[in-house]
Design a protein around this ligand. Structure first.
Ligand code: ADP
Length: 487
């Protein structure tokens, strides 16, 4: 294999639309730039699809649907399994590509490629486990035959923070279930998805099953595709604001939806917790992906007895983190995705400070090129600070102190979001009590990372609808068909 260099990995990607198994430029010939968030330099240009291109991709998905649904489940699984092997074999070049377009440190990009691949392995195994049923009707004469069928052509919209894993988490179950699809990656990070499309094609995915459109006009391209009505499903990962808009668009033709939306994760540390483990978990829950994750700990609530010590240790760890371009050795904190993200984080920190929060470390942007923000710890954060309500999506850890379990739970649940909560305690009864009372789809119990392809990921309240991964993940792409049988 030739050496993996920055230019070689960018060059290796076909920067066109992938429609019906063919690479094609945008109908208008337009392109848009993809930049390195660590330097601001343009990496390359990719095809800029219009609504007509989006509809052409939908045509391809619709044409391929019937044959694909009839494709043997075992073979569908084996395509995913081959793609899993290919992802791991090419982990190094794909990680570099991801770091270049998204900014996260190389070690995290390698981790994401492995995590992304794992969804393909998991759903390769699930493809052959789609079940059904046969039962006697209560009156004893009729029979119920129940089977599962693919939902049909599906639209998959993915975000920039996990450019590959958020794709495989949707593509894996769609392929396994027998759905064709149109995928629209985020405009900031299209390259990982384009590379993935080629890997799936090489793994034997038939033409038209996966179509990828890149565009700088997500709304203008996707709305007509959604409203067309031939797609039967939309799976979206992104902000709650866009999710809400897409739900409205889907209502028109009653598309099924899966929505992985924003989060505002509380991180509760009780006096009886293992403090070393809590600080370690806090670092993971806060700093994975530079804080740019919907699962990121957004609010730390620490019981009074250990609050000062927790803040001291977290500050020590946060202030020691090396900041830099994700390609550099030892860097832990890469750039945020764009200058707007930096401005938003800075605004939230300033707002908290104005309302009385104390900045223990960080609290400022980093001079020079790129979109860097210092790892930041705040204490005495008041409940009315904006960052108690809004997703920070950056390396900022706000700490508040509580006295009682009830108080902690009330604060934790005082949000429209409900994706994940983290709980650190060594009291087993409290652990289960608090886990049950947290209004979230997921809980990290003495654990700072919950994501796992074999587990059901998703939120309640305005964090979304549906679950991805686990044994339920494939259900999002299946319909239940009931046949009433007369004997
Ligand atoms: P973020 O604010 O983190 O970028 P978004 O929700 O804006 O999150 O983006 C997530 C995904 O949704 C991206 O692929 C983006 O292009 C897409 N998107 C944004 N706005 C729309 C829209 N109006 N219609 C369809 N997709 C959209």
């Amino acid at each position: 294999m030739s050496a993996v260099t920055e230019s070689s990995v960018v060059e290796a990607v076909t920067k066109e639309l992938f429609i019906g198994g063919k690479w094609t430029p945008a109908g208008s010939g337009a392109t848009f730039p993809v930049s390195d968030p660590a330097t601001g330099a343009v990496l390359c240009e990719v095809a800029d699809a219009s609504a007509a291109d989006g509809l052409a991709a939908l045509d391809a998905a619709v044409s391929a649907q019937a044959d694909w649904a009839a494709h043997p489940p075992r073979e569908r699984g084996e395509i995913l399994r081959r793609a899993y092997d290919a992802l791991l074999a090419r982990q190094e070049e794909l990680a570099l590509l991801m770091t270049l377009e998204m900014g996260k440190p190389l070690a995290e990009s390698r981790g994401e490629v492995a995590y992304a691949a794992e969804f393909f392995r998991w759903f390769a195994e699930e493809a052959v486990r789609i079940d059904g049923g046969y039962a006697v009707a209560p009156n004893g004469t009729g029979r119920f035959l129940v089977t599962k069928q693919p939902v049909g052509p599906s639209l998959l919209i993915t975000p920039w923070n996990f450019p590959m894993a958020m794709g495989t988490r949707k593509i894996g179950p769609a392929v396994a279930a027998g759905c064709t699809m149109v995928v629209k990656p985020a405009e900031q990070t299209p390259l990982s998805m384009l590379a993935l499309a080629q890997i799936l094609a090489d793994a034997g995915l038939p033409d038209g099953v996966l179509n990828v459109i890149t565009t700088s006009d997500a709304g203008g391209v996707m709305e007509p595709v959604i409203r067309d009505g031939r797609a039967r499903k939309l799976s979206f990962t992104g902000s709650t604001a866009v999710g809400r808009l897409l739900l409205e668009q889907c209502a028109d033709k009653v598309l099924r939806t899966s929505m992985e939306l924003g989060g505002n994760a509380p991180f509760l540390v009780f006096d009886d917790a293992d403090l070393d483990a809590a600080v370690e978990g806090a670092m993971q829950a806060k700093m994975r992906n530079i804080g740019e994750a919907c699962t990121a700990a957004n609010r730390f609530y620490v019981q009074r007895g250990i609050a000062d010590e927790f803040a001291r240790r977290l500050t020590e760890r946060m202030s020691a983190l090396p900041i830099g371009r994700g390609t550099e050795d030892g860097v832990v904190v890469g750039p945020l995705i764009d200058s707007a993200a930096v401005a938003k984080v800075d605004e939230l920190v300033e707002d908290a400070a104005r309302r009385g929060a104390e900045v223990l470390t960080g609290g400022a942007t980093v001079d020079g090129p790129g979109n860097f923000y210092q790892p930041t710890v705040l204490t005495r954060v008041p409940a009315d600070a904006r960052l108690s309500r809004e997703e920070i999506f950056g390396p900022v850890a706000p700490i508040s102190v509580f006295d009682t379990e009830d108080e902690a739970l009330a604060a934790a649940n005082d949000t429209e979001y409900g994706l994940v909560g983290y709980v650190y305690t060594n009291d087993v009864k409290r652990a289960l009590r608090v886990s049950e009372r947290l209004e979230t789809g997921m809980v990290g119990l003495n654990q700072g990372i919950v994501s796992n392809p074999a587990a059901p990921f998703g939120g309640v309240k305005q964090s979304g609808l549906g679950r991805e991964g686990g044994t339920v993940g494939i259900e999002e792409f299946l319909e239940t068909k009931y046949v009433a049988v007369s004997l």
